[in-house]
Design a protein around this ligand. Structure first.
Ligand code: B1M
Length: 212
């Protein structure tokens, strides 16, 4: 197997130290940072995402794969910057106002990073203005809203309305998700997309920014 194939395989097993060492080895072998990213790290994370969707792996496996991805990215990031490899886009992600649940939101953030996005984590209990401020500061193309409570999912509409009534209208798309959220709710509040799980959220983000 090539070193890049080894990176993908070790990432899927969640072997952070091996991934870190293999990324270093691949760079020493002269493999381009973009190939290491696309065919090693992103390919591995993508396959984990597909398995997660099919219930072939569960949250712990995704978390350890994401940790391995992070370890590889720590070595690769400076080289990507030198090689001017651009992220697929920037997403501001947060749990909406009044809601403190962040496990799903963090998982979505990891899958988005795993899909090559720059992720700005707005945290929990995020008011609409904070989503918008961060989107402006980081020149984001996407805002991702998570909600786990039936009482807070309605606050997603406030984010959608705030974007529609601002300078970001037409520039920033909004994706929504979380256990009580549905496609029908997404349509009702006028958000741009809904994803039922973290892996689908990464696919949706790619579609929304046109890199799918
Ligand atoms: Co709370 N809680 N909780 N809770 N909690 C639920 C959500 C609840 C269903 C439990 C229950 O009653 N059976 C219930 C909500 C009922 C409802 O509204 N219908 C509930 C309640 C009532 C509450 C409190 C009000 C309890 C109280 O204090 N009386 C309170 C509210 C606090 C607040 O937010 N203001 C509360 C508090 C808490 C804890 C702090 C104790 C803790 C949160 C810790 C944390 O997040 N750091 C907690 C937890 C852990 C849960 C449960 C048990 C688990 C949630 C979770 O992390 N799931 C939950 C019951 C349950 O779901 N079994 C429950 C795992 C996670 C990976 O899944 O977040 O759904 P999930 O994310 C998925 C998808 O939904 C999707 O992708 C993820 C991965 O595939 N997804 C997105 C999520 N965000 C997305 C965004 C996207 C796309 C996809 O695009 C942007």
């Amino acid at each position: 197997m090539s070193t890049v194939a080894d990176i993908k395989a070790m990432l899927m097993k969640g072997k952070a130290k091996d991934v870190e060492a293999l990324v270093t080895k691949a760079l020493q072998e002269g493999v381009s940072p973009a190939v290491i990213l696309n065919e090693g790290l992103l390919a591995g994370m993508g396959e984990i995402g597909e398995k997660f969707k099919k219930n072939e792996v569960y949250v712990p496996e995704v978390l350890i794969a994401a940790r391995a991805m992070k370890a590889g990215m720590a070595v690769l990031k400076p080289k990507l910057l030198e090689a001017k490899v651009q992220p697929r886009g920037t997403v501001v992600i947060g749990t909406v106002k009044g809601d403190l649940h962040d496990i799903g939101k963090n998982l979505v953030g990891m899958m988005l990073e795993g899909a090559g996005f720059q992720v700005i984590d707005a945290g929990i209990d995020v008011p609409p203005e904070k989503f918008l401020d961060l989107a402006r500061t980081h020149n984001a193309q996407l805002i991702g809203c998570s909600a786990l409570l039936t009482t807070t999912m309605t606050n997603m509409k406030a984010v959608v309305d705030a974007v529609k009534n601002s300078d970001l209208k037409g520039k920033v798309k909004i994706m929504v998700g979380g256990a009580p959220v549905t496609q029908a709710f997404c349509d009702e509040i006028g958000a741009d997309g809904y994803a039922p799980d973290a892996a689908s959220a990464a696919d949706l983000a790619k579609r929304l920014v046109g890199v799918a």
